[in-house]
Design a protein around this ligand. Structure first.
Ligand code: ZN
Length: 109
């Protein structure tokens, strides 16, 4: 059982950083970053991607497959209540309108 993953970024091994350099003089390579599993990256994207850039590159390259996992064919909606109230501020008669959005729980409660 492995306790690490290789970064899944498609061009991770092409980024010019010193920590990716491996090999001896004359046969050096840039290698994909190794991600050790730990308490912080377990079950998160950081267990599989070394950076936001690698995560975005992966998503861009595999967009059609990712969407196919859970396609959204219609909009989702969250029931809300919108209230507006005049709020006074300062020593003079300054007021502004405050808009408050409250989520409404329609499923009992
Ligand atoms: Zn990476």
């Amino acid at each position: 059982m492995s306790n690490f993953n290789w970064c899944h970024g498609p061009t991770c091994h092409e980024q010019h950083t010193q920590d990716r350099i491996r090999g001896v003089k004359g046969s050096k390579v840039l290698r994909t970053r190794k991600l050790r599993e730990n308490h912080y990256n377990q079950r998160s994207i950081w267990g599989y991607f070394c950076s936001m850039g690698c995560y975005n590159d992966f998503a861009k390259e595999h967009m059609a497959d990712i969407i196919a996992i859970a396609p959204r064919t219609e909009a989702l909606e969250t029931p809300i209540e919108v209230t507006k109230e005049q709020v006074q501020y300062g020593y003079r008669d300054g007021t502004y309108t405050s808009t408050r959005i409250t989520t409404v729980d329609n499923n009992g409660g």
